[in-house]
Design a protein around this ligand. Structure first.
Ligand SMILES: C[S@@+](CC[C@H](N)C(=O)[O-])C[C@H]1O[C@@H](n2cnc3c(N)ncnc32)[C@H](O)[C@@H]1O
Length: 427
C-alpha cells in the first residue's frame, strides 16, 4: 500500500535575530514567578540555546528589568485591554518583556516588538501587537519610583513603616553601585584614587560606573574583593583578630577573605561544593589563607571551641533585592518561616562552639524581623550563657552590638544591602 501523500511542510520564515534571547528571558521569568527559582540559578538551563555571553547577559538583563517593574508593567498592560489576561498568560509575558525593554532599557519599540511577537501565536499575537501599539501611541511611561509587589509592600510597611518602604521602592529601580572590600584598610585612599571610586568606611571603595570586575585595576593582584558595604559590617563587629575564627556558611567567601585579611586563623565551612569552589578561587586570587571544609553545619562538629564564630546564615535574602530583584517574588511567608527555623537550629549548635569569653556574630542579609530581631530575642532568652556585647564603634557613625541596615541608609551615596547583625559574648 502506498503511504498517504502529504503536502510538503510550508517553510517557516526565519525568526528575527534576538528572538531566542527573548525566549530565554521568558523562561527565566517563568522559573522565578511560577517555580520560585532564583534568577541566577535558572540562568544555565534557560539560556542553554544561546551562543554567546552577551546574549545570555541580555536575556538576564531583560528578565531582571521586568522583575524590577512588574506591578507597573502589569498596570500598563491592563489599562490597554479589556480582556482579562491571566498572570501567566503567554501574551502577558510577551508584553511584559517588550515593555520592560522599551520603557526600562531604552530598546527601540520596533526591535522590542519584532523579537517578541514570534513567541506568541494566533489570537494572543494580535492582542500583543494591539496592546503594545496602543501603549506606544499613548507614549506610556513607567513611574520614576517602581511600585513594589503588594505582598512585600504590606510586610515591609508593617515592619518598618512608610519611610523605609519609600526608600526600598526607590532602590528597586536599578542595580546598585559596585562595592569592594580591601585587604589593607590603611590603603583605602590610594585604592579609591586608583579605582576612581569613593569610600564610605575604611577598607571600602565604591564604584558608580564600573568596568567588568576582572578588568578593574588591581583585580589580578588580589588587593580587594567584591562585597557590599553592609555585608562587610558583621566581620567588623567581631572586633580585632585574636585567634581562631569559625566562618559558618562561608561561601563564596567575602567574609572569609575579610577575616583572613584581618589576621584571624580561619576555618571556613559551607555545604555547597560549587560555592566553595568560588571561595577557594577568591582565596587564591587574594593570596589569603583559610582552612576550607565542606560540611553541613547541622551535622559537623569542630575539633575545638573557637575564639570567634561568625554565622552568616542562609535566609530569604530579601536584603539583596537591588541586585537580585527575584527575591521580591520568591520570599513568601512560608520561605521566611522555614529559613527562620533553620537559622535557629544553626545558632543553637554554633553557640556551643564559642569558648567562654569568646564572641559570636549572627548575621542575615534579610529585611524580615523574623530572621533578625526576633531570632536574637529568642536566642538570648534560650541561652543565659550569652549576653549582648558591650556597645562599641566599628566605624565612624556605626556602633554595635546590634546593627540593622535598611534601605535609606547611605541613600545619597548609592545605598546598601539590608542586613541584620548582632555581636554576642559568651560568659
Ligand atoms: C548568606 S550565604 C553566605 C555568604 C558568605 N558568608 C559570604 O560572605 O560570601 C549562606 C551560605 O550558607 C550555606 N548553607 C546553608 N545551609 C547550610 C548548612 N546546613 N550547612 C552549611 N552551609 C550551609 C549556603 O551554601 C550559602 O553558601
Amino acid at each position: 500500500m502506498r503511504p498517504p501523500s502529504r503536502s510538503p511542510a510550508r517553510p517557516q520564515p526565519p525568526e528575527p535575530l534576538g528572538t531566542a534571547t527573548r525566549r530565554a528571558s521568558l523562561r527565566l521569568l517563568d522559573a522565578v514567578l511560577r517555580r520560585g527559582e532564583a534568577l541566577e540559578a535558572a540562568l544555565p538551563a534557560a539560556t542553554r540555546a544561546l551562543h554567546g555571553g552577551p546574549d545570555r547577559g541580555l536575556a538576564h538583563a531583560i528578565a531582571a528589568e521586568t522583575l524590577r517593574r512588574l506591578p507597573d508593567l502589569d498596570r500598563l498592560i491592563d489599562s490597554a485591554t479589556r480582556l482579562p489576561l491571566a498572570p501567566d498568560a503567554k501574551a502577558r509575558g510577551a508584553l511584559r518583556i517588550a515593555l520592560a525593554q522599551v520603557l526600562g532599557l531604552g530598546t527601540p519599540p520596533h526591535a522590542a516588538i519584532a523579537t517578541v511577537l514570534p513567541l506568541v501565536d494566533g489570537g494572543p499575537r494580535k492582542l500583543v501587537h494591539g496592546v503594545f501599539g496602543t501603549l506606544m501611541r499613548s507614549e506610556a511611561t513607567l513611574p520614576r519610583v517602581p511600585t513594589p509587589p503588594a505582598e512585600v509592600a504590606e510586610r515591609w510597611g508593617e515592619a518598618w513603616g512608610g519611610a523605609m518602604l519609600g526608600a526600598a521602592a526607590a532602590a528597586i529601580a536599578a542595580p546598585p553601585p559596585l562595592d569592594l572590600s580591601l585587604a589593607d584598610p590603611a590603603a583605602t585612599d590610594s585604592w579609591a584614587q586608583r579605582l576612581g571610586g569613593t569610600s564610605l568606611l575604611p577598607g571600602h571603595v565604591r564604584l558608580h560606573d564600573p568596568a567588568p570586575v576582572p578588568e578593574l585595576p588591581g583585580y589580578a593582584d588580589g588587593g580587594w574583593w567584591v562585597q557590599d558595604v553592609a555585608a562587610s559590617l558583621p566581620v567588623r563587629l567581631l572586633g580585632p583578630a585574636q585567634g581562631a575564627a569559625l566562618d559558618l556558611c562561608a561561601a563564596p567567601g567575602g567574609k572569609t577573605c575579610q577575616l583572613a585579611a584581618a589576621g584571624w586563623q580561619v576555618t571556613a565551612i559551607d555545604q555547597s561544593a560549587p560555592r566553595l569552589d568560588r571561595l577557594r578561587a577568591n582565596l587564591a586570587r587574594t593570596g589569603l589563607t583559610a582552612e576550607v571544609v565542606q560540611a553541613d553545619i547541622l551535622a559537623w562538629v569542630p575539633p575545638a571551641p573557637a575564639d570567634a564564630v561568625l554565622i552568616d546564615a542562609p535566609c530569604s535574602a530579601t536584603g539583596i533585592f537591588r541586585r537580585h530583584p527575584d527575591v521580591l517574588y520568591r520570599a513568601h511567608p512560608r520561605l521566611i518561616a522555614d529559613m527562620a527555623g533553620l537559622q535557629a537550629r544553626i545558632l543553637s549548635r554554633a553557640a556551643d562552639w564559642v569558648r567562654p569569653g569568646g564572641r559570636l556574630v549572627y548575621a542575615t542579609c534579610s529585611l524580615e524581623p523574623a530572621e533578625g530581631e526576633t531570632q536574637l530575642e529568642a536566642f538570648l532568652a534560650a541561652r543565659p550563657d550569652y549576653r549582648l556585647a558591650d556597645p562599641h564603634e566599628i566605624a565612624p557613625g556605626l556602633s554595635g552590638p546590634v546593627i540593622r541596615t535598611l534601605p535609606g541608609r547611605w541613600a545619597a551615596e548609592g545605598g546598601c544591602d539590608g542586613f541584620f547583625m548582632a555581636a554576642l559574648d559568651r560568659r
